[in-house]
Design a protein around this ligand. Structure first.
Ligand code: AMP
Length: 290
């Protein structure tokens, strides 16, 4: 694996791969790698070569009171994991390389970015979309891989890729979970052991929603209430939102009659966790994927 730190060299290497007719796959990450990231790399390795993993803690997607400076960083351990995972190129630029002095352009998103995560974290998705667009321009991969764990982010990036006629296909991969159901996240390491135990309540509340849907419940208010009741049983959990939205538009839905996402965000002390379940409505019935 070759580690690349400059935009110019990354572009050069990617250009060369394209000239050889190869289909590059890009996995954007902020590091502190875990099995969730590795699952995206495995998906990339199945369909693309070379596999490029970017590692960049993007200051523009953190709010002023968020954890940018204390976000976990462990370059050496990440580098080893990527090497073992069979990654071809690690793209790890500095902040100045991505945002040189005088940088002033950003991606303006409408609608989708102001709801849910975007409402609680103003400017977050503008920062995400701006850096992802830059990475897609630098690497110009045939495929770019994202996790459904961050469902709103994946949806915004898909929308951006379509709106801006980007050549990269956006691939969204399943959520990887701990054996007890907690979705893997770099932020899980902030949890105290009591909070870590309590955090399984996100999964339990999604199970509760799945059960309700499987038993025939279609009213999203009642589904969300059942989830809130589950969350209320966990004293360390303070829910930010529980919502059922259309899978495409992210607008709230009243009844589960078309494909949707059940989303929740919950705080445990200073740590905020998100999770979701995908509900697909097909001719043959309803499939709930947690
Ligand atoms: P991050 O480093 O947190 O920005 O995440 C990089 C990518 O990994 C994003 O596309 C995330 O959605 C994805 N990801 C994070 N956690 C998981 C997980 N538990 N399962 C699958 N993908 C994940």
């Amino acid at each position: 694996m070759e580690a690349i730190h400059t935009v110019e060299w990354m572009k050069q290497v990617a250009r060369q791969a394209r000239a050889e007719g190869r289909l590059a796959g890009l996995v954007p990450t902020m590091g502190a790698l875990h099995a969730g990231h590795l699952s995206l790399i495995e998906a990339a390795r199945r369909a693309s070569s070379p596999v490029v993993v970017s590692l960049f803690v993007n200051p523009k997607q953190f709010g002023p009171s968020e954890d940018y400076t204390k976000y976990p960083r462990d370059f050496e351990s990440d580098r080893r994991k990527l090497e073992e995972a069979g990654v071809d190129f690690l793209f790890a630029p500095s902040v100045e390389e991505i945002y040189p002095p005088g940088f002033r352009t950003s991606v303006n998103l409408e609608g989708l970015a102001d709801r849910l995560e975007g409402k609680i974290r103003p400017g977050h998705f503008r920062g995400v979309a701006t850096v992802v667009l830059k990475l897609l321009e630098i690497v110009a991969p045939r495929f770019a891989y994202f996790g459904r764990k961050d469902a709103q982010q994946a949806s915004i990036i898909r929308q951006m890729a379509a709106d801006l006629n980007l050549d990269s296909e956006i691939v969204v991969c399943p959520i990887v979970r701990e054996p007890d159901g907690l979705a893997l996240s770099s932020r899980n390491r902030y949890l105290s052991s009591a909070e870590r135990k309590a955090a399984t309540v996100l999964y339990r509340s999604l199970l509760r929603a799945r059960l309700a849907i499987e038993e025939g419940e279609r009213d999203t208010m009642r589904i969300a209430s059942a989830m809130r009741r589950e969350l209320a049983e966990e004293p360390l959990a303070s829910p930010d939102y529980v919502e059922v939205v259309d899978a495409g538009s992210f607008e709230p839905v009243v009844r589960v009659t078309r494909s949707c996402l059940v989303l929740l965000a919950v705080r445990f002390g200073a740590t905020r966790l998100i999770d979701n379940m995908q509900v697909e409505v097909t001719g043959g019935g309803i499939i709930c994927t947690i």
